[in-house]
Design a protein around this ligand. Structure first.
Ligand SMILES: CC(C)(COP(=O)(O)OP(=O)(O)OC[C@H]1O[C@@H](n2cnc3c(N)ncnc32)[C@H](O)[C@@H]1OP(=O)(O)O)[C@@H](O)C(=O)NCCC(=O)NCCS
Length: 248
């Protein structure tokens, strides 16, 4: 079968009519996955387009295929590439990877000093982020901007986030710090090497977080638990950082 070609461009006001279909797809995809999302309105998406803070993808025939946008927090100290969505017929053909690459480049150009971060429950997004040089971090390394965390209120897991005092939840946090980061080759290799374990860690973490809500007794699962904090000192290995998620 012929490989589908895509046009991936920085969105502008001429794309505003696509905001509704983008929001609808975000919502139905979240429902299908059984996960929550920070809800976005078409007006918010349109604003991002007008500001040149979004990337949109089309097929060669002009059919909408994907989207992602930039948000800034803590007065521009942090940037998040949010709302990544690929239209179902075009999934698994590398489009999300291309969109993320484009929005990452745009973020680096617009906010060269900013730390770029993301929260995700999906292994696909973790893989893509790893290939861009993101590394896993604890929630304490993310923006503490109240407006960012307020966005989680519409997520089905908000109660879990609050019960953990915003230190942990179902999502994995990943961050690219322009001043202190691994090379993309290193983070890519690390993900390749440990992806099966990371997947298992995520499942265990999510199960542990859900357990109190399901009123189950949580047994020791034998996964190494780090009692170290995440403060200063030497950089920890990427693999070690995943262990830190069990420090809750
Ligand atoms: C997640 C999503 C954006 C991925 O889009 P996509 O275009 O299918 O992703 P890509 O084809 O670029 O895949 C990137 C990598 O992830 C892998 N991948 C894709 N979907 C996957 C899945 N469901 N589970 C595990 N790996 C997956 C691909 O195999 C690819 O790896 P490779 O480089 O080894 O081939 C898309 O499924 C989507 O829009 N989902 C609903 C919204 C969503 O979950 N957004 C993310 C919010 S954080």
């Amino acid at each position: 079968m012929e490989q589908q070609q895509f046009k991936i461009i920085i969105a502008d006001q001429s794309h505003q009519d696509f905001a509704r279909i983008i929001c609808d797809e975000m919502e139905s995809s979240a429902k299908a996955r059984g996960t929550g999302i920070a809800k976005r309105s078409p007006e918010y998406i349109q604003e991002k387009m007008r500001e040149g803070k979004a990337v949109i993808a089309f097929t060669e025939d002009g059919i909408w295929a994907g989207f992602c946008y930039i948000e800034t927090w803590s007065h521009g100290e942090y940037v998040a590439n949010s709302g990544l969505i690929v239209s179902p017929p075009f999934r698994k053909s590398g489009l999300a990877k291309m969109i993320k690459k484009k929005i990452f480049g745009l973020s680096r150009t617009m906010y060269p000093e900013a730390k770029i971060f993301g929260l995700t429950t999906g292994l696909a997004v973790m893989k893509i982020n790893s290939e861009l040089g993101y590394e896993p971090v604890t929630y304490s390394e993310l923006t503490q901007d109240e407006n960012f965390w307020a966005g989680c209120k519409s997520c089905v897991n908000y109660e879990i986030l609050m019960s953990k005092e915003r230190k942990n939840c179902m999502c994995t946090a990943m961050l690219y710090d322009p001043k202190d980061h691994y090379e993309p080759e290193e983070t890519t290799q690390d993900f390749k090497k440990h992806s099966k374990l990371y997947e298992r860690f995520m499942r265990i973490k999510q199960w542990k977080l859900l357990a109190p809500f399901l009123k189950h007794h949580v047994e020791d699962n034998g996964v190494p638990v780090s009692k170290e904090g995440n403060g200063g000192g030497q950089r920890k290995s990427l693999f070690h950082r995943f262990h830190m998620f069990f420090n809750f």
